[in-house]
Every structure is written in C-alpha cells, then in structure tokens.
Design a protein around this ligand. Structure first.
Ligand code: SF4
Ligand code: SF4
Length: 386
C-alpha cells in the first residue's frame, strides 16, 4: 500500500502550514533525522510572474514553511525551478519568493548546470537533461500547485517535474511530443527517468499546495483560483495526483499521467492500493469544480493535430483579445514553432499563423494579461453531437 497524507488547510499561515507539513512527512515515513546535514532540493511551481492571488504559483508561504522545516531538521535547502520563458529573477520578484531567498540565504539553481537522467524503461524518450542540483541533493521535495491544465487536464506532482528541464528547452519538448497524449507520455518518461536515476539513493517526496488551487482554463492566469483547502503528500507522484483529482471530483480516467502512469507501474491509482492517512476524501466537499474545457474527444484532437487542415477545424486555437493584450510579445518569444508574428495594424494583437500552431498553449500559459482565449474549430460542433 502506498501512503498518501491528506489534510485540510484553509490558510497560508506559516506556522499552521509548517505543522501540517511536518505531520505529513512523518505520516509518509520521512523522519526529521533524514534531513540531518542533507542537501534538500525544493521544486515549487513558479510558472510565471503572476501575482500570488492568481494561484498560478506554489504559494510563497507554503515554500517558506518547507524551508523552516528543512532548516529546523538540520538540512540545507536549494531552490530548483526554471520558468519556461521569463527569468527566474523576475518571477521570484513578482511572487514574493525573493524575500524568502534573501532572508533565508537559499541557493538557487542557475538554470544552466545540468546532468543527464536516463529512463531505460521509457516508452519513447530515454534521455533528459535536468537540473544538476537534483543529482547533488540527498532529498528532493516536489512542491506542485494543484491546477487544471489545458493539455494534461491537471497539473500536480507529475507535471510539476517538467520544471527541472531548463527554460526554453521545455518549448522544444512541446514540439517533439505535440499531441496531448504524447505530451503526457513524455512527462511519464521524464518522471520515470528521475525515479530510475535517484529513487535508490535519495528520498523523493511530493507535497502539493491545494489550499487555493485553480479550476477552468489553467494553468496560467486564464484559470480561476478555487479554494480547495487541502495539502496532499506522498512519495508516489501518481498516487498523490490520484488523490488530488478525487477530492475535487475529477475523473482520473481523463488524466493520462495517472492512468498510464499506473499502467506502466510507476505508481498507484486505485483506492485499493493507497492508504490515505491524516484525513478522508469525504472530508472535502468541493462541488462543481470546473475542469479545463476540452469540449471534444481527446482522441479526435490528437488525430487532428497530425493533420493541418483537420487541426484548424477540430481543435481549439488560441487567439489574443484586443483591448486586454498589451503587445508585450511574450507569447511570440515562447512559441516553439514561430507561429506568432508582430501585430498587423490596425489590429493591436499579435498575428497568429494557425497552420504552424501545434496547440501547445504555451502562449496562454505565459500571457501575463490573461489576454489569450480559446476559439473553437469550425467543425467542433459535430463532435459535440457525436
Ligand atoms: S497576447 Fe498576452 S503575451 Fe501576447 S502580446 Fe498580448 S499581452 Fe503579451
Ligand atoms: S501559437 Fe501558442 S499554442 Fe500555437 S504553437 Fe505557438 S505557443 Fe503553442
């Protein structure tokens, strides 16, 4: 049985968070002594420079509580994160992490030094360049923010580890694994590589910030913050994600990283195999949680993404909204296939080339103004009737 710790938590109060996190660590078998003189890599979700109240990033007080715990147990934390496009300096400054890093003198990964992690059991991708501090650490603590995600349905423990790949390299993975299912399988290959390289020599822990999560058009500023009031922890990322999905009523069968992760033997996705400690799923009454709006069978979308004409008819495309867009062109810079150009006056929004667009939605994720919406393909109504 895999242990997953689940507890209620309604506020980002430093002392409260620390107490609950320490209880959770003990419950899943991580002892204070494990931290003595240990180098501890902390991997929050710092997707972009969104204000904390937008619930895009792991709350800074959540991170601070972990720092308090690690230090009080005798460990030395290091921050490992690499936003896809914006500089980490900008993101930590906007999200309040900068004060914690400064006050607690926390070393930060320089986004350059990497090591290679191999996954001999990968379905497709066997080699990854990832953050070097993971190899140097004695303990890896993954601190995802629980959110919806337009590609992977949810983002939590498995998806958050995408951030150990340096900056713009992430966009290239979207090009290589361009359908939704391919991208989820790629994430599992990456997770498998991290486990294969490190699980024998280090403790790897996942502690999810689901105090305020995100619903709707996540994971960026277009999503809607939603009070969930939970902290979920475990050493099995698949099981942690499975429990997170359950407390908000998401059908885990729709989350490929959960279903395929369990099928591959990377973790547990069944209440028969998971021992939930701390609280119960039924303690949470999250009604009407809004999943990402997919609106069409993913299998059709994946098929359509391989075919340019069908793609434009059957898959939602991102489009920038005039009046909200500030023409900052962050979307243009992050687009992995060069599908976004300068505004074509008099329109005051970037110009999209939908024949090139691979629907990775990186532009939506990065847009600081939540100015990018999804427009349905002209024939998507057919799928709704199917
Ligand atoms: S759509 Fe968003 S990211 Fe792109 S230029 Fe406009 S404000 Fe910037
Ligand atoms: S336009 Fe947006 S969704 Fe399309 S490929 Fe570029 S970043 Fe991805």
């Amino acid at each position: 049985m895999k242990k997953v710790f689940l507890t209620g938590c309604d506020e980002y109060d430093r002392a409260t968070l620390r107490k609950k996190i320490e209880t959770g660590l003990a419950d899943i078998g991580i002892a204070p002594d494990d931290f003595k003189n240990a180098r501890v890599a902390l991997k929050p979700n710092l997707l972009n420079a969104s204000p904390v109240e937008k619930a895009v990033v792991t709350h800074p007080e959540f991170f601070r509580a972990l720092v308090d715990t690690v230090k009080s147990y005798g460990g030395a934390p290091v921050l490992v994160e690499s936003p896809a496009f914006q500089s980490l300096e900008k993101v930590v400054s906007k999200t309040g992490y900068d004060a914690i890093i400064r006050d607690e003198r926390i070393p930060v990964w320089n986004n350059r030094d990497t090591v290679v992690a191999h996954n001999p059991s990968a379905r497709k991708y066997r080699r990854f360049e990832i953050a070097a501090p993971l190899a140097d650490a004695d303990i890896i603590i993954n601190l995802p923010k629980f959110k919806t995600h337009e590609i992977t349905y949810i983002t939590a423990a498995v998806k958050n580890l995408f951030g150990v790949i340096p900056g713009l390299n992430k966009s290239q993975w979207h090009v290589r694994a361009k359908t939704k299912s391919e991208f989820s399988e790629f994430l599992l290959d990456l997770y498998g590589a991290i486990m294969s390289e490190f699980s024998a020599s280090k403790k790897i822990v996942h502690i999810a910030d689901a105090v305020i999560g995100m619903e709707g058009a996540g994971p960026g500023a277009s999503g809607t913050p939603r009070h969930i009031g939970a902290i979920v922890a475990g050493v099995d990322a698949i099981a942690v994600d499975f429990v997170l999905a359950a407390i908000v009523g998401i059908d885990s069968a729709k989350v490929t990283t959960i279903t395929s992760g369990a099928a591959r033997g990377l973790g547990s996705a069944s209440f028969d195999d998971i021992d939930i400690c701390g609280g119960r799923i039924s303690d949470f009454s999250i009604k009407g949680f809004q999943p990402p709006k997919t609106g069409i069978a993913d299998v059709v979308k994946n098929w359509s993404l391989e075919r340019d004409i069908m793609k434009n008819l059957l898959v939602e495309r991102p489009f920038p909204v005039e009046g909200t867009c500030t023409l900052c062109y962050q979307c243009k810079k992050i687009c992995p296939v060069g599908a976004i150009g300068m505004a074509d006056a008099p329109r005051r929004v970037p110009l999209y080339d939908y024949s090139k667009c691979i629907r990775c939605y990186c532009c939506m994720e990065i847009c600081p103004e939540a100015a990018i919406r999804l427009k349905r393909g002209k024939l998507q109504w057919l799928m709704d009737r199917a």
